[in-house]
Design a protein around this ligand. Sequence first.
Ligand SMILES: [Zn+2]
Ligand SMILES: [Zn+2]
Length: 343
Amino acid sequence: MKSKAVRLLEPRRPLVDAEVDAASPGPGEVLVRVRAAGICHSDAHYRAGVGSTNRPLTPGHEVAGIVDSVGSGVTTHRAGDRVCLHYLVTCGTCSDCRAGREQFCATGQMIGKDRDGGYAEVVRVPARNAHPLPDFVPFEQGAILMCSSATALHALRKARVGAGDTVAVFGIGGLGVSAIQLARALGASAVYAVDVNPAKLALAQRHRAIPVDARAADPVQAIRAATGGRGVDAALELIGFARTMEQSVEVLAPQGRAALAGLTQERMSISPYRDVLNREAEIIGVSDHLASEIGELMTFVQRGDLDLAGAVTRVVPLDAATINGVLDDLEAFRDDVRTVIRP
Ligand SMILES: [Zn+2]
Ligand SMILES: [Zn+2]
């Protein structure tokens, strides 16, 4: 079977339209007909040659669709099942996998980075990566749940956000719009949403976050002023700028936790005494998320705690020129919160 795909042949070059052989699912695998694939800022990084990827590659790690066929030995899935894909393919048996740190699996592969992903009509994955997608979650939302929402939840868990905590979220993109809602669902008493884009600040406000316009004032001073000088218990950096990472540390209250999830190779600079030691602050790295967090996410969606209806702002066809344009927009930090491909 031939499948249409949009592929990365070499870094720093536009993605191209291609036809690929869609092999039937092997033992333990499922072939999924893609109904929605999110276009993520990470994909712009891969196209730009930041982070090593397999090549040629079909990008796309935010995928939801319908099971087309199953390989031998698969009893958990049937053709026609609605699924969304956990993007980390791990061995399940190494010490990291067994300890629940599967993102560090030595032989782990990321769909859409190390192996072909969802910028295609079909994608082949191990059956255990295909999680049930409830009927009440549209495919477009199911796709973005699998990256931005799942990673936002993981960041909040790493920052140990709980009842009564105050939280600052730097960057109201795909992750941020989930993070502000999930922070409330986890019991945060106030969520400050920092961005420079008026549309994103307005979206944050609609989700009951307190908008902080970083163009109008220094966000650290603004949040300190709003919290009586104390700062916040947890800060999430979801952009990938050294400056906002520094701010996410500077804005912490005593024993506050800064969780850094934005990707950058810049170096950050903080004052160890003032910002970390003196406050017993913690700086925590966030890498991906866990399969176990996906079921939890669906529960938040089901309860109405996580509404992504406003998060998917654009739907585009499986077409290289259009997708390259979306990646250009992401690189330039233009308005779109999330664009999804519908093959
Ligand atoms: Zn992503
Ligand atoms: Zn492993």
